[in-house]
Design a protein around this ligand. Structure first.
Ligand code: BG6
Length: 495
């Protein structure tokens, strides 16, 4: 993993430059990198999309979305102006080879003027069905032949199942070297997610207890209070298992459970992660009902506001069986984690937005204090968002005459320790891509191992086995999710 350093000279083509991802994440992240002086000299953006826009019209659009979505506010006019000077636009119909040729000519010209040395980053901020076409057209138009490096960035979802992910890997690898394929899982760009490795491997205190000897179970929660908003059409095909569990949640499992890598280079870190993903015990067809729960929200109240049910959302079928909540229990069959359950829970329209990893320790082997029997055992909570931080729960004596004990927490929060706002995940990821560091991106074998685990669950759910459970918006999911963990004599942590 490299330091946060100025990116290598590059020209970035953003396919789908007029879309939502580009507006909300990519352009604001690039502006913020410019503000931190992390963009390389001569850095150039070429927006490419179907809309017929001039450079100036695209710059105007970029200026508006940066002003609206930048994490740092207010936007600094001089930085913005200098950044916009590096922004250009070419209309591209992805099905037309001649459009890619025109794009190449423009890129070559800018490259020459701005002394970029032929380095290219191709960012596919487009719907998944276009990835294949764009890759083929890049090859056929000679855009992967200039002097310098050629990298491609692919957004999630990466495939819809193991078969399609393999096929996509095959297509990409025909044109790009694996180390030049940057598969985005934006969770990996979050500071708090990277800090999991620092917490575990830069301290001597935690690693000796980080195994089945002392850990009872691990819970991962990724809850959002928002519904599917205007993404009903996408969500209908995806569901929570594909949208969150296959990527973000399993990546968190890998980081919490992996063995210490001998170095922090991309190959070694990802080798260790993929070992975890491969060691997850498959949940086979007959076991899905016992190990996994799916739910869908009906109307309810979230943060004091009345909201509609999923089936009433835009572009959602009235009888939809798509899940907006998933909970599951998995095991990692290796020496370190034998018989330690990992509970995952993810959903939309939960009571609040919170992502956390809770590492639950076992009870002390012998209880000297009668009162301690009533207390919850130690737990470490890694809070990914919001209120990013880490909290350790332990028992302490209440100051009084008798022997009364109570759980207390030792808290670290980013805000109070570092007094800075953490950068957006996309800032880190864009920079790593310019610097050719794929550590925080998922490798082909990781993505495939994650799909191999998810596929049988997905298959059972598509057959409506077991039947979809409903939950009111603003609650923590269907009762079945509670049953799943109660059966094991445990409780979901209420964040
Ligand atoms: C995306 C999912 O990958 O992650 C969305 O497609 C989800 O459905 C989002 O809302 C959550 O990301 P974050 O960074 O807000 O936790």
């Amino acid at each position: 993993m490299h330091d946060y350093r100025v990116g290598d000279p590059s020209l970035m083509v953003i396919f789908g430059a007029t879309g939502d991802l580009s507006a909300r994440k990519l352009l604001p992240a690039l502006y913020n990198l410019a503000k931190q002086r992390l963009l390389p000299a001569g850095f150039t953006v070429v927006g490419a999309a179907i809309d017929d826009l001039s450079d100036d019209a695209f710059r105007k659009h970029a200026s508006e979305v940066i002003t609206k979505f930048s994490r740092t506010q207010p936007v600094e006019p001089q930085v913005l102006k200098a950044f916009l000077d590096s922004v250009h636009y070419v209309k591209v119909d992805f099905s037309k080879l001649e459009d890619f040729r025109a794009l190449q000519q423009r890129a070559d010209l800018l490259d020459h003027e701005r002394l970029i040395g032929g380095n290219r980053v191709y960012y596919c901020a487009t719907p998944p069905p276009t990835y294949e076409t764009i890759t083929e057209q890049l090859k056929d138009s000679g855009m992967t032949k200039s002097a310098g490096f050629h990298r491609i960035v692919i957004e999630k979802p990466f495939g819809w199942d193991l078969k399609s992910a393999r096929e996509l890997n095959r297509i990409l690898q025909r044109v790009f070297h694996e180390d030049s394929i940057f598969r985005i899982d934006h969770y990996l760009g979050k500071e708090t997610v990277q800090n999991i490795l620092a917490f575990r491997f830069a301290n001597s205190l935690f690693e000796p207890v980080w195994n089945s000897n002392l850990i009872d179970s691990v819970q991962i929660t990724a809850a959002e209070e928002i519904g599917v908003e205007m993404r009903g059409a996408y969500y209908e095909r995806a569901g929570t298992l594909r949208d969150i569990v296959q990527n973000h949640a399993l990546q968190l499992v890998a980081l919490v459970a992996m063995e210490p890598p001998i170095t922090f280079d991309a190959t070694t870190v990802r080798d260790e992660k993929v070992k975890v993903l491969r060691a997850i015990r498959p949940i086979l067809d007959g076991e899905v009902a016992n190990a996994a729960v799916r739910g869908q929200y009906t109307k309810g109240w979230v943060l004091g506001e009345q909201v509609t049910g999923y089936r009433e959302e835009h572009a959602v079928a009235p009888g939809s069986l798509t899940e907006t909540f998933a909970a599951l229990r998995l095991f990692i069959d290796n020496w370190r984690w034998a018989n330690v359950p990992f509970y995952i829970r993810a959903g939309k329209r939960m009571p609040k937005r919170v992502t956390e990893i809770r590492v639950q320790f076992k009870r002390p082997p012998h209880s000297t204090f009668e009162a301690a029997k009533e207390l919850d055992p130690n737990a470490i909570t890694l809070r990914i968002q919001p209120e990013e931080g880490i909290s350790l729960r332990f028992a302490a004596k209440v100051p009084s005459a008798g022997v009364r004990l109570r759980n207390v927490a030792m808290d670290f929060t980013y805000m109070s320790s570092f007094l800075v706002e953490t950068p957006e995940a996309y800032e880190r990821l864009l920079l790593d891509c310019m610097n050719g560091d794929p550590t925080l991106f998922t490798r082909a074998d990781e993505v495939e191992a994650a799909w191999a685990f998810v596929d049988p669950i997905e298959a059972a759910w598509r057959d409506d086995r077991p039947r979809l459970s409903m939950y009111a918006a603003g609650t923590w999911g269907p009762e079945e999710a509670d049953k799943l963990i109660h059966e094991d004599g445990r409780e979901w942590h209420r964040p």
